[in-house]
Structures are given as structure tokens and as C-alpha cells.
Write a protein that binds this ligand. Sequence first.
Ligand code: NAP
Length: 312
Amino acid sequence: MFSARAKVCGIIANPVEHSMSPILHNILAKDLGLDFIYIPFLVEKNLKMALEGAYELNIYGINVSLPYKQEIIKYIKSIDSAAKIIGAVNTLIRDEKNNSFRGTNTDYLGLEKALIDNDITIKNRDIIILGCGGAAKANIYTCLENNVKSISIFNRSKDRARLTVISLLKAYVRENNFKLDEDIDQYTIYKPSNTIKLNIYSLSDLENKLDDILLFDNYIAFQATNIGMYPNNALIVKNPKFYDKCILGIDLVYTPKITAFMKEFIKRDKKNISGLDMLINQGLIAFEIWNNIKVSDFSRNAAKKEIEKLLF
Ligand code: NAP
């Protein structure tokens, strides 16, 4: 139970009714005995007014989900470096000094923790990312921060991927004082101790030009498109050679529990993980920030089990 003094947090999205976040946060609060309540807020039209209202209502923290992760940046007065580079905010923290909220991004940290928890090291590895939307941006940032060797991005729209990548990389090198070399669909990021290559391709290249592009047989592949999400359990890449060339697959989609993409890795007896760990972790990290506590693995796993029961 919560009292009239409870810390109030919530999520703004449209639609919001499918969100797992209220369940996650309220389970954690109950388990830890915190005076805390997390509410789903449907924002249909005016994001700016919704945010001002949330501040006036003394709301302490807000998760921001689709379609507002980018637009919200216009209405907050401070943002941390990672969220600025990624160009998306998924967590707001009350900022009394500025009469506003401070924006951060826990999606990339959630993915990073999912990798650590599953004993996956991406440092120095050749990475494939399928998709180049919001989730992929957090995914690219995780790869850059973890010093992968190369990132190959395959997106349905090459033009959209180009725009996304160039803005993210320019912000990344500017914020960190690194150097960037650009060629057509090829980028090199020079850090003091290593370099990272990034290439952009069309998703369709994996069906008809795979042998020319994928030269190794030990890629780590991230699936960051909407494809495969329940109820449309479709497979993003049909070419079986793609899965033969990857040693492990991480699907950012979290429902169904086992996606068509994951099944391709299971078939080949290769490691695979779903987006559920990332989803739980991004929420958990926001919860820890708002409540200034560390949640034990025991409480985290208990909350994860409850959420798993609700997924297909
Ligand atoms: P988004 O910004 O709308 O991006 C969608 C991506 O999917 C784009 O790259 C888009 O390509 C691609 N795509 C959409 N329909 C496609 C199709 N029919 N064929 C090929 N590519 C297609 O969405 P998002 O926020 O990145 O979310 C992507 C997925 O990640 C969703 O399933 C979401 O649930 C999941 N996600 C998971 C977590 C987590 O915590 N596990 C967090 C965030 C998101 P174009 O650019 O060509 O349109």
C-alpha cells in the first residue's frame, strides 16, 4: 500500500495500455516496502502541457515511451550526455532547480546489463544491428561505449539509417572529443586507444549480397526492428546463411518469449537472448535512480517472473 506521502512516478506514452512498466515498478515497490506508486499516463496530444502538469502534480519521475522519446527533449531543461548523443530520453527525474525534469536514457544501460548478466562480451567483436530506429540508437551507443571492433547496420530504409547514424556519430565524437572519418556509408571513429568501423547497408542486402558483405563467421547479431513482435511472429532475415555466420543472437523484441529470430539460433544450438532482460533492466535502473537504492538480483528476478507470466 502507498500513503498520501508516496513518491509518485509513471509512464507517458500513446498507447500506454500494453506497457509492462506499471507492473514492474509496483511489484518492486511492494517487495521492497517503499511508499511509491507508478501510474500509466496516456498522453494523446499535448506533450508539453502533460509535462508541465506532471511537474505541478509533484510527480518525481517519468518514463517516456513511444512516440515521445525524442520530442520530450524539446521540453526539458537538462539532459545527460548519453541521452543527448542517442537523441532519445526514456527517463525523467524531477529537477527542482530548473522547475522541470532532467532527461536520461536507461535503454542503453539496460541492454548493457543484459549482456553482462548473460556473460556476453562485445568488446573487440564484429557486430550486426538489424534496424536503425530508436532501439537501435541505444544499441549503437552501447556498442560504441563497449569498444566493439565493427558495427554493420542493416535497415529497410538506407536513407533513414544514414540520417540517424550521422547525427548520432557526430554527437558522439563531439561530446567525447574523438575523431570521425566519413565516406559513403562507411565511418571510422578514432578513440585514443582503439578505432571502431561502422557501415550501413540495406536490409535486403542480406538476402542477395550476403557473401560479399559478411566476410567472417562469428558475428554477434542484434535484432532491433519491430519484426517478430507478437502477434506477428515473422522472421526478419530469411537467408539461412545469415544465421550460420553469427555466433549469437540478441532480439530486442520481448514478446513472444521466443521469437522467430531466436528460433534460428536455437536450431543451430547457438546462444540467444530476448529483449525481456533489457526491458526489465531499463525499468529497474530508472527505479533505482528515483529511489536512490540498489535492487537485489532476488527482487529483480521475482519481478521478471511476474512479467514473464503475462507475455505470450
Ligand atoms: P522504431 O523507432 O519505430 O524503429 C523501427 C525499426 O524497425 C526501423 O529500423 C524500421 O525500419 C524497422 N522496421 C519496421 N517495420 C519493418 C518492416 N516491415 N521490415 C523491415 N524493417 C522494419 O521502433 P523502436 O523503438 O526502435 O523499436 C523496435 C523494436 O525494439 C520494437 O519491437 C520494440 O518493442 C523493441 N524495443 C525493445 C526494448 C527493450 O527494452 N527490450 C526497448 C525499446 C524497443 P525503417 O527505418 O526502414 O522504417
